[in-house]
Design a protein around this ligand. Structure first.
Ligand code: AMP
Ligand code: GLY
Length: 424
């Protein structure tokens, strides 16, 4: 079958790499893709939110299934538009994707389904929000209700610190309409983990857990990013915890979604805080995580195309999925300056040497080919992912591979996966 994969990050390169290995995969297109996806797919220069052009391309090129990588095309209704055109689509509908695109919707649904999450209040009025936070005496988190490219949550250990981000979101409207409604949440503490699952609306298959590293700096310092590195599995999420997440979180939320908006199909991502009172939801995402997809798909044994097709046809229960028992560690290499301003177009060296190492795969994110040369083209540039017998061995191998790669002003964290040993 011919497939159009939509997106251009490390997640999409990992998905394309995995899909290209499937005997079911005919022609694989990636829109818009990056230099890495061009090795296994035909890149198509269409933006991931240009729904009309994506569906028209799919129709003109006999595409049988559209696979949606990121949240923006989901929120823009790509799955709905594909299905209306008679094309299979892997991912939730626009309404179901509100679990990610509208944090107020998600919070309400969690309450309805008794899913453990941080207590929260919703505000549309800046003055009311400000009065509320100044009346609190515990740490809080301020979140824009809409999509804000992973930058819409501000953790405020002291309540007064919430006033500035509230003003930025609600008065200066730095996230546009996404910040017109804000949530003020209780601050949870504990290790974080990402538990992702394939869902066809009825059957839920929970993937091996992963742990992201969101802040830019070593030791989890500095502003949040899309994710600076990741490892899988997570010692803190043992089989009992994973079963509890499925029972207390994933099953009830998928049931609540079905009652409210119909079947949830695709990947459902629970961002969790493992609190003293058990796992609680920080957020849901309606797609694979990035970088989570990189170590998780590197470990997954199974045919990703077959799985996606089974999700579209509501027969996920028929599919076999296995796991490489070895851990994987992914170190994100970024452009200096990210998550703020950064330069593009620097020549990248050493990727082939790193990729040639055993059990190493270099996934591309912000890269492109310019005159046949690989150059930087985004904030997060590469996800260097390695397997090893232990997390420490996978980490050492990933950093050995990172050491072979260079460009001007390249930046990466040096402590990815160190938390695995500390139980955090
Ligand atoms: P989000 O955009 O909701 O994923 O939040 C980004 C990051 O902010 C999370 O990965 C957490 O580190 C932190 N965070 C979000 N919500 C909370 C919360 N209720 N308590 C503590 N930290 C949080
Ligand atoms: N790595 C976090 C995310 O994909 O949202």
């Amino acid at each position: 079958m011919n497939i159009l994969l939509v997106g251009s990050g490390g997640r999409e390169h990992a998905m394309a790499w995995k899909m290209a290995g499937s005997p079911l995969c005919g022609h694989l297109y990636c829109a818009p893709g990056n230099a890495g996806t061009s090795e296994v797919a035909t890149n198509v220069p269409i933006a991931d939110t240009d729904i009309g052009s994506l569906v028209a391309f799919a129709k003109d090129n006999a595409v049988d299934m559209i696979v949606v990588g990121g949240e923006e095309p989901l929120a823009a209704g790509l799955v709905d538009a594909a299905r209306a055109a008679g094309i299979k689509a892997f991912g939730p509908t626009r309404e179901a994707a509100q679990i990610e695109s509208d944090k107020a919707f998600a919070k309400q649904l969690m309450r309805e389904a008794s899913v453990p999450t941080a207590e929260a209040r919703l505000f549309k009025d800046f003055q009311a929000a400000k009065d509320y936070v100044l009346s609190r005496d515990q740490g809080i988190v301020v979140k824009a209700a809409g999509l804000a490219k992973g930058k819409g949550a501000v953790v405020c250990p002291e309540p007064y610190q919430a006033v500035a981000p509230l003003e930025a979101m609600m008065v200066q409207r730095v996230f546009g309409a996404a910040g017109d409604t804000v949530l003020v949440e209780e601050l949870l503490t504990g290790p974080e983990a990402s538990v992702l699952a394939f869902c066809d609306g009825r059957t839920i298959y929970v993937l091996q857990p992963a742990q992201d590293h969101k802040p830019i700096g070593d030791g989890d310092t500095g502003p949040n990013t899309g994710g600076m590195g990741c490892y899988s599995p997570v010692p803190a999420v043992d089989a009992a915890t994973s079963a509890r997440v499925e029972r207390e979180i994933l099953v009830p939320i998928v049931d609540a979604l079905r009652r409210r908006v119909g079947r949830y199909e695709g990947v459902l991502y629970a961002g969790l805080m493992l609190t003293a009172a058990g796992p609680k939801v920080i957020e849901f995402n309606a797609r694979f995580g990035d970088p989570e997809a990189q170590p998780v798909l590197m470990r997954m044994k199974g045919d990703l195309v077959e799985i996606m097709l089974a999700v579209c046809e509501h027969r996920l229960d028929e599919v076999e999925i296995g796991w490489d028992p070895r851990p994987a560690v992914c170190v994100v290499m970024a452009s200096g300056g990210y998550p703020g301003d950064y330069a593009k177009g620097h020549a990248i060296t050493g990727v082939d040497a790193a990729d040639a190492m055993d059990d190493v795969k270099v996934f591309h994110a912000g890269t492109k080919l310019a005159g046949g040369k690989l150059v930087t083209n985004g904030g997060r540039v590469l996800g260097v992912t390695a397997l090893g017998e232990t997390i420490a061995a996978a980490k050492a191998r990933a950093y050995e591979a990172v050491g072979k790669i260079a460009w001007t002003d390249c930046y990466y964290r040096h402590d990815i996966a160190e938390k695995a040993g500390s139980g955090a």
